[in-house]
Design a protein around this ligand. Structure first.
Ligand code: GAP
Length: 441
């Protein structure tokens, strides 16, 4: 059943223009995915809500957009060059490669039963080179996390905006990891996006800020439309945490393929600012008047965009009825739905209906740009199509809109996705309703 749901989501995502396999016409490229017209809207809405909640709605947060390629010394300082690796084993028979910590028996190939090599540490950072020469001195890395760009700009933001502690930097952007075994659709890819906060605090206050961010992460989970009951916290034990963390909580989600990490919340101490201070020899410290300069400590809530997309789709996927009556719909939160409303004339071969519907469409589009004109097939089919992509509202223009029943002139039918209920509203009220339900707050 779980596999079945996953298959249905992957198939819907491709068929309806959410997510396609990367470079598909060339046979694909493992661990890469392309977001289509609806997928990019969904993803942008998720990122916009995150930015609104964690950057724009707060006085203690500042946005960033740092370069993906950084001076390689930054990744030496952060410990990624020496330690960002997973154990890799190769089958001596079929030559397939595995992450040793993810297979049942570290000595036996799960694919052919052959003998596996002893594990070796495989660094997951993608290497490339800058400039014309390709030698050791030109090696750079694609960032494996967005965090680094924020740590190296700590002092710049301090100097240009003079924030007082506690304050944070927030960034959304691509990250790259040469995963040994990319899998489970967009859950584990080699190119993905992160939304991260580095929140700088006084050392003795880290625990209270950790708690505050934990609550803020739950608020986001609820606002974005992830089923709360499918999310649980996991206290990551000593030895399993990243090298920089003194405390980590993983937020896990019940994906159709099992309970796995959705987000992470880490207490990174002063590890990064100290390491970058030492390596760059630039003091990344903070001090208020007459205070000894010190390295602030860091709380890091980290969100994967693609895992959010998958958790949102999984939470939203719904089916009801049987056979020809079967209805598949995505009960997406209106704020994240890629299309907010579809506008239709009841019949597409009646020019007077089409003209009026076009007028309503243009008036709504001025207020809410993510809307769709839909006049294909009969009304029932249009509703089904819109349900499947999670459109919260359908607006239909009929003969009553044109005044067949005078008291209904300039009213439309507004149909609600989840209940199928329809109500009759004036054009201006219908527009206001769509706008109010879908605007970012
Ligand atoms: N800066 C901290 C950091 O990067 P992480 O737990 O390695 O921590 C943070 O990654 C989040 O990024 C994860 O919780 C997950 O949502 C997302 N993520 C990590 N690796 C990923 C991958 N290969 N594919 C998709 N998302 C990934």
């Amino acid at each position: 059943m779980a596999d079945d749901v996953m298959e249905k989501i992957v198939s819907l995502a491709k068929r309806r223009g959410f997510i396609y396999p990367g470079s598909e016409i060339y046979g694909g490229l493992a661990g890469t995915w392309d977001y289509g017209p609806l997928g990019v809207e969904l993803k942008n809405n998720i990122k916009a809500l995150w930015w609104r909640m964690f950057v724009q709605n707060r006085d203690d947060m500042y946005g960033m957009d740092a370069a993906i390629i950084m001076n390689p010394k930054a990744w030496e300082a952060s410990g990624h060059v020496s330690g960002f690796s997973d154990p890799l084993s190769e089958c001596k028979i079929c030559k397939h490669r595995f992450r040793t910590d993810q297979i049942a028996d570290p000595k036996v190939c799960p694919d052919c039963g052959g003998k596996l090599s002893s594990p070796r540490q495989f660094n997951m950072m993608f290497k490339t080179s800058v400039g014309a020469a390709e030698d050791e001195s030109s090696v750079v890395y694609l960032r494996p996390e967005t965090a680094g760009g924020m740590f190296v700009n700590f002092k710049n933001v301090l100097d240009s905006l003079h924030p007082s502690l506690p304050f944070g930097l927030g960034q959304i952007g691509k990250a790259f990891r040469n995963e040994i075994a990319p899998r489970d659709f967009i859950f584990r890819s080699r190119e993905f996006e992160q939304m991260e906060v580095e929140y700088f605090v006084r050392p003795d206050t880290w625990a209270e800020h950790f708690e505050a961010w934990r609550k803020a992460m739950w608020d986001f989970i609820v606002a974005i439309g992830i089923t709360k009951e499918k999310v649980s916290e996991l206290e990551v034990e000593d030895g399993d945490r990243a090298h920089y963390s003194k405390r980590t909580i993983d937020f896990e989600f019940e994906y159709p393929f099992g309970k796995k990490e959705l987000y992470g919340l880490a207490y990174r101490t002063d590890f990064d600012l100290k390491a970058h201070s030492d390596t760059s020899t630039k003091p990344l410290t903070y001090a208020e008047e007459s205070e000894e300069p010190f390295h602030p400590h860091v709380i890091e809530p980290s969100f994967g965009v693609d895992r959010t997309v998958l958790a949102v789709l999984t939470s939203a996927y719904a089916e009801e009825g049987e056979g020809d009556e079967k209805r598949v719909y995505l009960k997406l939160a209106p704020m994240v739905a890629p299309i907010k409303a579809a506008v239709s004339p009841l019949l597409k071969n009646k020019p007077e209906l089409v003209t009026k519907a076009r007028e309503v469409y243009l008036a709504l589009k001025k207020e809410v740009p993510q809307i769709m004109w839909d006049d294909n097939g009969n009304i029932g089919k249009r509703y089904r199509r819109q349900d499947e992509i999670g459109t919260p509202f359908c607006i239909v223009i009929d003969f009553d809109t044109l005044g067949e029943k005078p008291e209904l002139t300039d009213t439309v039918t507004l149909r609600h996705r989840d209940t199928g209920e329809q109500e009759r509203l004036s054009i201006s009220d219908a527009i206001a309703r769509v706008k109010d339900a879908t605007v970012l707050r």
